[in-house]
Design a protein around this ligand. Structure first.
Ligand SMILES: [Zn+2]
Length: 232
């Protein structure tokens, strides 16, 4: 007798005593019992697992390329290259991803917004921190924010810090443009006059071996390249 049938018989014996007829009747209805067992397993294992998965997904570390895969974009490893910003010689601290003006820009990971608003050099920009607290992502030179964030374009100050907004991986946060380009935080909005692109900058955060807090600017080229290649 198969193990599961023995178990079913034992369960019936325990509940009703040793009624052979009932056992035979049970055997005849075995598929129904198996269906019932599967249903019970679903209830006690799969449903709670799905429930817990949805809880854990609150700190999802899944990542996605910042431009939706159906839009054309291009970038190269231009991190650290010489730049003249507003007349000053500097090193490029991110990667420029070129795309058509108004191409949607996506959150690369589940994040909270740390800063949003105008910055002379970055233009309309957003600084995000991943919900696991391990990364920061900076997007600059946007044409526009998403409709949900549009009010920060009308924000009377230059910058709003920690507005208490979370964004999900893949959520549209804004659109590609060429805003910014000048150090002066003059309320007169400026445009770089370059091809539309987003400047994507990234930091890794954490504790050093000595226990002190660290925040390291990293070259996001390979991070972006991996995400871009995954989308193909
Ligand atoms: Zn740049």
């Amino acid at each position: 007798m198969p193990e599961y049938l023995k178990l079913a018989v034992a369960a019936i014996r325990a509940a009703y005593g040793d009624y052979t007829g009932l056992v035979l009747k049970t055997a005849k209805h075995l598929p129904k019992i198996i269906t019932l067992i599967i249903a019970i397993l679903i209830l006690i294992i799969i449903v709670p697992a799905t429930f817990f998965k949805s809880i854990f997904s609150l700190s999802n570390n899944q990542t996605m390329f910042p431009i939706a895969c159906q839009y054309k974009s291009s970038f190269s490893n231009d991190f650290g290259t010489g730049r003249v910003n507003d007349g000053q010689n500097e090193k490029h601290e991110g990667i420029d991803i070129f795309a058509d003006r108004n191409t949607p820009i996506l959150a690369v990971q589940d994040c909270k917004i740390i800063k949003i608003g105008w910055n002379g050099l970055g233009g309309w920009r957003i600084l995000l921190e991943s919900t696991d607290g391990l990364k920061e992502y900076y997007y600059a030179h946007m044409e526009n924010y998403s409709s949900d964030l549009q009010k920060y374009k009308d924000f009377s100050g230059m910058v709003c810090e920690n507005p208490g907004i979370s964004v999900k991986v893949g959520e549209i946060i804004g659109y590609v443009g060429s805003s910014g380009g000048f150090y002066s935080n003059s309320p007169t909005r400026t445009d770089m006059g370059t091809s539309p692109h987003i400047h994507f900058q990234m930091w890794e955060k954490g504790k050093t071996t000595s226990g002190s807090y660290s925040e390291n600017l990293i070259n996001p080229y390979y991070f972006l390249k991996n995400l871009h290649d995954k989308n193909k």
